[in-house]
Design a binder for this molecule. Structure first.
Ligand code: ADP
Ligand code: 3PG
Ligand code: MG
Length: 395
């Protein structure tokens, strides 16, 4: 992929720079930020802009408020965290666009920051409405795309504004493209994809893109259930996504034709009503009434063997219901094993990064992406509208 025009090459002194960041951070019920990786990862660009004397106007969404103002999704906690990290005030403007915001940003000084309120409070954001994009663009003179986690969305702030202003890639976007790009181009083999998580339908496009590009696909989590069911396993009372048989068959046939090994769990940890402790079962037969929740110990060992000689590993999706300590051993043990294996290991996915952190095994990865859906689409080889719109570097 050709290099994008970089914020490092932009003339920003004394100019108003709109920075689209992805501050869509996980929050606890009281609004406390549960994981601020996405904020921390944007800091190098923000510090660069501050040193260079830019007047930085920050833009982000948070959650899915559906085009309506909702205090639950205010960016106030983000403004506070940014101020702490940057060591200077980051005022949150109550509005997103309009005369009062325009007047406020015209008073900014070099090296100052402001944050606009949640872009998705305005229905124009997700609709990529032209008038909303123009009103945003009117606030700044340059645009920097730093929201890697949102480049797969064609919204007013990710596509509309960068078509109206000179647009540059931020440092995080550059780092993501380079780090994830190593999995797309020239990854060292054996290359193993370790996949889990909850919804097969969400992961199908990625799965389909892997045969031939990776040597082995290890499937855990609820992702493995429809595969097991299609092979005739009895999964007891486990909820299994339906209507996927034809797609899975086609995927397996392609994987076989292209020499990619697909490994399914041979045993599981299950939850039986009335028993508070996890029980082991074979993946062929889960006791009736029981629900499969994690991969079992034999599968963990098998996955470890298939990882042990790898040179490149991509992980997305917990291998079980890892938020519950009874069903976290699959994810924890396999990733703890991965930590001892040399090579280039990448983690992507909103829940995956958070869970690896919580389980203390994030050290298994040389790179942790801030992207969820965006990272998966990047790896699939899909065109990302928020990247496509940034001009390539000259030369
Ligand atoms: P990411 O956001 O990293 O792409 P997903 O959203 O696909 O990951 O998956 C996250 C969820 O999948 C987690 O909350 C995890 O606990 C859950 N999960 C994985 N396996 C199971 C299972 N067997 N039963 C229930 N939940 C599961
Ligand atoms: C994400 O968390 O994946 C990004 O912030 C995009 O959010 P969205 O899925 O609500 O568009
Ligand atoms: Mg998720």
């Amino acid at each position: 992929m050709p290099r994008k025009r970089s914020v490092r090459e932009a003339e920003v002194r004394g100019r108003r720079v709109l920075v689209r960041a992805d501050f869509n951070v996980p929050q606890e019920s009281g609004g406390r930020i549960a994981d601020d990786r996405r904020i921390r990862e944007a800091l190098p660009t923000l510090e660069l802009l501050k040193r260079a004397g830019a007047r930085t106007i920050l833009l982000s969404h948070l959650g899915r408020p559906g085009g309506q103002r909702n205090p639950k999704w205010s960016l106030a906690p983000v403004a506070e965290r940014l101020a702490t990290y940057l060591g200077q005030p980051v005022p949150l403007l109550g509005e997103i666009v309009g005369p009062s915001v325009e007047a406020r940003v015209r008073e900014m000084h070099d090296g100052e920051f402001v944050l606009l309120e949640n872009l998705r409070f305005d229905p124009g954001e997700e609709a990529n409405d032209t008038a909303f994009a123009r009103a945003l663009a009117a606030l700044g003179e340059l645009f920097v795309e730093e929201a890697f986690g949102t480049v797969h969305r064609a919204h007013a702030s990710t596509v509309g504004v960068p078509t109206l202003l000179p647009a540059y890639a931020g440092l995080l976007v550059e780092k993501e493209v380079e780090s994830l790009g190593k999995l797309v181009d020239g990854a060292e083999r054996p290359f193993v994809a370790l996949l889990g998580g909850a919804k097969v339908k969400d992961k199908l496009p990625l799965l389909r893109s892997l045969p031939g590009r990776v040597d082995r696909i290890l499937l855990g989590g609820a992702l493995a259930f429809p595969f097991l069911a299609a092979e005739g396993a009895d999964l007891g009372a486990t909820e299994v996504e339906k209507g996927l048989d034809a797609a899975l068959k086609e995927f397996l046939a392609r994987a076989e034709a292209l020499g990619t090994l697909v490994i399914l769990p041979e045993d599981l940890l299950v939850e039986r009503p009335g028993n508070p402790t996890a029980e082991a079962a074979t993946a062929r037969e889960v006791p009736s009434g029981a629900i499969a929740r994690d991969i079992g110990p034999r599968t963990r060992d098998r996955f470890y063997v298939h990882l042990s000689d790898s040179r490149t590993v991509f992980w997305n999706g917990p291998l079980g219901l890892a938020e519950d300590p009874r069903f976290s051993p699959g994810t924890r043990e396999v990733l703890a094993g991965l930590e001892t294996i040399p090579g280039y290991h990448v983690c992507a996915g909103g829940d995956s990064a958070r869970i690896a952190e919580e389980l203390g095994v994030v050290g298994a990865f040389q790179y942790v992406s801030t992207g969820g859906g965006a990272a998966l689409e990047f790896l699939e080889g899909a065109e990302l509208p928020g990247l496509a719109v940034i001009p390539d570097a000259p030369g």
